[in-house]
Design a binder for this molecule. Sequence first.
Ligand SMILES: [Zn+2]
Length: 276
Amino acid sequence: MYIAAEAAGTFGPVGTAYPVYLGSLITVLLLLERWMPMRPDWGMTRTLFFVRDLPMLVVNGAAMVAATHGITWLVGHRVLCSLGASGLPWPVQALIAAALADLAWYGLHRYCHEGRGRLGRWMWRTHVLHHLPEQVYVFMHAAGHPIQSAYVRIVLLLPAIGLGLTPEAAFAAAVFNGFQGLVSHFNVDIRAGWLNRVFIGTELHRFHHSADPAEARNYAAVFSVWDQLFGSYRLPGVAPAALGVPDRTAYPANTQWLQLLALPLRSASPAQRREP
Ligand SMILES: [Zn+2]
């Protein structure tokens, strides 16, 4: 998203059209969620938006900007450099960058859920904020810890930098990733059919948010191919019975922002531990 925002200055009408595209997409998705929610009790409420989603949007937006500036600084000082794939057509570059970033996210995300030992448990505590909501809807996508937002940003940017993408390709990859992120948390009953075998959509990602850890698989964000390849693909055919974590009361409430942000800084209580 930030790349796209930066690119707005470079791409003239196409770049400046991005905020219009994003605003229109979010508006359409929100209207559809109100008109035909899959589960009304999984929908956004005014309280959830103002108490949880909006503050997290602000905090995580700041974390992403900080991570982007950090990486830009490293590139500027030649700590990170490009392998140079700019000779390829830009759609191919965008596809390669999106696939590599999603593979990196798949590995990291799976480690957040299944990693053992001190580091594995700490990674879960940077990620669990995204799993505390007992709903899925478009703006719930913003729920998460700023540490997670920073490493997601790094995972998304490194392939683009490493490959040396042209601005057009980086722009296309950012548009695609942004679309997937919003649509995968959509509270509308969309059946994607065979497309589930290619992309992560609403049906698949909803299971990732199941309160039943056995169902909460589908770790990729964009391409379900990675889940199929590594054995974590789940599409049981009916919606999960409940969303969130097995014991929501073991974690701070939505209004306890400081306690939520402190989760990675404190050791887990017995009820918060994933491991027996
Ligand atoms: Zn997760």
